[in-house]
Design a protein around this ligand. Structure first.
Ligand code: DX5
Ligand code: ZN
Length: 226
C-alpha cells in the first residue's frame, strides 16, 4: 500500500478554495482532508458541510472529513450528503463509538476514529473490526500550524502493531498535525500510511506543487521503493 498524502484545506485560501484543491490534486495529492471544528470539542470554529460540498465539486479525489465536534452522530448524514468518502470521529466525543461507526458505514462512507495526543490506543481496541481508518493526532486539535508532538512517533509505531496484530482487514493509519518534510519521514517510518499536511503545503512560499513534491520526495515508501 503506497503512502498517501492528504492536504488539509484548513490552511488553504478559502477565497480560492476550488483552485487550491485543484492545485493539490494536480500536484499529486491522494485525498483532500477537511477539518471540521465546532468551537466546543475544540476551541476553534472552522467549516462545515457546505464547504465540504464545495470541495467535493472541485475534485475527484476521496474527501476525508475529520470531525472535531461534539455529538458527531448528529451531523453524519449532512457530511455524507456533502460528498464525504471518509468520516472520522473523535473517540473522546463518542460515548457510543461502536454505534457511530456502524452508522457511518450504513451511510456508505468509510469510518475512521481519531485520537487526541492524550488518548491511549486502548480507546479503539474493541472497535478495530468496525474501523477503516485510525487517525493519530500529532498535535492537540484546534489549529493548523502547530508543532508535531515528538511522542506521536512511538504512538504511531504502537498503533501500527496494534492494527497489524488485529490481522485480516486493512485499516489505514493516518497522522495529522505538524507534518512537514522531516516529521513526514519520521511518521512514515513509524508506520503511518496517510499523512495529513496543512500549513506545510498551502502556506509554503514555494507553492502547493513544490511543497507536495518536496514532501513526497522525502518519504520512504512502505513497499521499499521510492
Ligand atoms: C488540527 C487539524 C489538522 C491541521 C493540520 O486540529 O486536525 O488537520 O489542520 O495542519 P498542520 O499541517 O498545519 O498542522
Ligand atoms: Zn485533521
Amino acid at each position: 500500500m503506497a503512502l498517501k498524502i492528504a492536504p488539509s484545506i484548513l490552511s488553504a485560501d478559502f477565497g480560492r478554495l476550488a483552485e487550491e484543491v485543484q492545485a493539490a490534486e494536480e500536484a499529486g495529492a491522494d485525498w483532500i482532508h477537511v477539518d471540521v471544528m465546532d468551537g466546543h470539542f475544540v476551541p476553534n470554529i472552522t467549516l462545515g458541510a457546505a464547504i465540504t460540498a464545495a470541495v467535493r465539486r472541485a475534485t475527484a479525489l476521496p474527501v476525508d472529513v475529520h470531525l472535531m465536534v461534539e455529538r458527531p452522530e448528529d451531523h453524519l448524514e449532512a457530511f455524507r450528503d456533502a460528498g464525504a468518502d471518509w468520516i472520522s470521529v473523535h473517540s473522546e466525543a463518542c460515548p457510543h463509538l461502536h454505534r457511530v461507526l456502524e452508522r457511518i458505514r450504513e451511510l456508505g462512507a468509510r469510518p475512521g476514529v481519531a485520537l487526541n495526543p492524550a488518548t491511549p490506543l486502548g480507546a479503539v481496541e474493541e472497535v478495530i473490526p468496525l474501523m477503516d481508518l485510525l487517525l493519530v493526532m500529532s498535535v492537540n486539535p484546534g489549529f493548523g500550524g502547530q508543532r508535531y508532538i515528538a511522542s506521536s512517533t512511538a504512538k504511531l509505531a504502537r498503533a501500527r502493531k496494534l492494527l497489524d496484530d488485529a490481522g485480516g482487514r486493512e485499516v489505514e493509519l493516518e497522522v495529522d498535525g505538524g507534518i512537514g518534510p522531516e516529521t513526514a519521514l519520521e511518521a512514515s517510518r513509524a508506520g503511518a500510511g496517510v499523512l495529513v499536511a496543512g500549513s506545510s503545503i498551502f502556506r509554503s512560499p514555494e507553492g502547493v506543487y513544490e511543497a507536495l513534491k518536496g514532501l513526497r520526495e522525502n518519504l520512504v515508501e512502505p513497499s521499499g521503493h521510492g
